[in-house]
Design a protein around this ligand. Structure first.
Ligand SMILES: NC(=O)c1ccc[n+]([C@@H]2O[C@H](COP(=O)([O-])OP(=O)(O)OC[C@H]3O[C@@H](n4cnc5c(N)ncnc54)[C@H](O)[C@@H]3O)[C@@H](O)[C@H]2O)c1
Ligand SMILES: O=c1ccn([C@@H]2O[C@H](COP(=O)(O)OP(=O)(O)O[C@H]3O[C@H](CO)[C@@H](O)[C@H](O)[C@H]3O)[C@@H](O)[C@H]2O)c(=O)[nH]1
Length: 431
């Protein structure tokens, strides 16, 4: 099939490379010329396991990037993989989606045969049919249902395992307005849908849009609940990890997303939970439980610093901060809990020395004013430190020696497997 993908960021690049690998002819339309050149040179613009080799094989041939929307006319299906960031007030910012839909509509004005437009971005119920559809119609002069078909197909991949998640998902959700659109997507995804482990969910557009938010809200709520239970466990002097491991043996609950600690960050959970809360309020519903989910998450970094302050007088203290990325396996620092930890440490007069295997450059670049010293290794960060906190569960922290610290005091926000016997004080945030 001939497929075009608008936006070559995290999701667009991954699915473009994977669809090319599944045998489709793919055109990636992206406004960033640097990304376009990188892909056409056969290189990956982002770091993801399994991506480099796929782009090396198909980039510049069956996977072609361009800044020109006119190239979508060579294709039968277009996926919109545009950003849906947060506005200042936490609500969903639709400007990039609107701009992309308008450009696509203008390009489709000069196309004779039918075209399927699939919204892949995470958008609130109503966006596909009430915002994207009318913009396509206005710019192309073609009506949805009569020349343009619309579908919504949310994406559930995670950073760090994006390629595998896309190719081997638990489910593919397809919200469509016509049987023709559903049939096209079934054909496109056939190699993925033939897997026994992958369920196909065919539904209406509005439900497909909400499934994505409900999925993320559920997972974020689960982590906030385990953090609440972890905080209670700690108050009782019990080990939350032992408790939750046993709880997870219940099939109805499952053992996944049971790691209590500093809480959730990243480019998805925070913005999607906020957009859902804002959207629900706009619809006249007060989402009190989701408000509490956010409040529990927001409190964890301060709790970690409070705990450290029980052992170290923070004014002027050198504190090693181990980990900056929002989770291991990525250099993404968006809404990383580690950044909140740094803010609280600075607020209390500490001198943080931060280390991360891959994310230091990102912090330097995106938070240039932060008065933090950066170390080249965990050992260098720990050298002479009056205390340390673990903010990201990078596997390399399991093997740390703490010889060089002025005081071997560690407060762990992620339950890494460090040698606690080598320490004077070891405290877990929730255990
Ligand atoms: N990152 C994830 O793990 C993930 C997973 C599932 C769903 N999502 C959702 O998918 C969507 C895309 O997320 P992402 O992480 O890939 O975003 P991203 O910011 O990494 O990428 C978006 C890309 O679109 C490009 N772009 C912006 N405006 C454009 C335009 N008018 N025309 C062409 N290109 C344009 C940008 O230059 C950028 O490269 C969001 O709605 C997000 O919530 C993300
Ligand atoms: O038991 C757990 C599991 C996760 N986290 C934290 O939760 C955040 C999110 O982790 P994860 O879900 O693994 O990463 P993302 O790449 O943000 O993926 C989420 O967000 C994507 C974008 O919407 C979705 O596509 C994915 O399905 C969804 O898992 C991170 O800060 C983790 O440290 C915990 O604290 N405890």
């Amino acid at each position: 099939m001939h497929v075009s993908i608008i936006g070559s960021g995290y999701v667009g690049t991954t699915i473009a490379a994977c669809l090319a690998d599944l045998g489709h002819e793919v055109v990636n339309v992206e406004i960033d010329e640097g990304i376009v050149e990188t892909i056409n040179a056969g290189e990956a613009p982002i770091h993801e396991s399994g991506l480099e080799e796929r782009i090396a094989e198909h980039g510049g041939s069956s996977l072609r990037a361009t800044t020109d929307y006119a190239d979508v006319r060579e294709t039968d299906v277009t996926f919109l993989c545009l950003p849906t960031p947060q506005a200042e007030d936490g609500s969903l910012e639709l400007a990039p989606m609107r701009a992309g839909a308008e450009s696509l509509g203008r390009a489709l004005a000069e196309k004779d045969d039918d075209h399927l437009v699939v919204v892949k971005s995470t958008v609130l119920p109503g966006t596909t049919e009430e915002v994207v559809g009318p913009l396509l119609e206005a710019e192309s002069g073609t009506q949805v249902g009569d020349g343009i078909e619309l579908a919504m197909n949310p994406e559930f991949l995670r950073m760090g395992t994006a390629v595998q998640d896309f190719l081997e998902p638990d489910k593919v959700v397809v919200g469509t307005t016509s049987e023709g659109a559903a049939a096209t997507l079934r054909e496109l995804y056939d190699p993925i849908l033939s897997r026994e482990e992958t369920d196909l969910v065919e539904t209406d557009v509005r439900e497909a849009e909400l499934i994505k938010y409900a999925n993320n809200a559920f997972l974020a709520s689960k982590v906030s609940l385990v953090n609440e239970l972890g905080n209670v466990a700690k108050a009782y002097g019990a080990d939350a990890y032992e408790v939750l491991e046993a709880v997870g043996l219940d099939d109805r609950i499952s053992s996944q997303f049971m790691r209590s600690g500093l809480g959730w960050g990243g480019s998805c959970f925070p913005k999607d939970v906020d957009a859902l809360r804002a959207g629900a309020r706009e619809q006249g519903y007060d989402p009190e439980l989701l408000d509490a989910v956010v409040a529990v998450n927001d409190a964890q970094p301060r709790r970690l610093v409070d705990l450290l302050e029980n052992y170290v007088s923070l004014e002027g203290a050198r504190i090693a901060v181990l980990g900056l990325s929002f989770k291991p396996g990525t250099d993404d620092i968006r809404k990383s809990r580690a950044l909140d930890v740094l803010d609280y440490l600075l607020e209390r007069g500490a001198r943080p020395v931060a280390y991360d295997p891959v994310a230091v450059e990102n912090v330097r670049e995106k938070h240039p004013g932060l008065e933090v010293e950066y170390a080249d290794s965990a050992a260098a960060a720990l050298e002479g430190a009056d205390g340390a906190v673990v903010a990201t569960d990078w596997p390399e922290f399991d093997d740390l020696a703490f010889d060089g610290m002025a005081q071997r005091i560690v407060v762990d926000g992620r339950r890494v497997d460090i040698d606690r016997d080598a320490l004077e004080v070891y405290e877990g945030l929730t255990w």
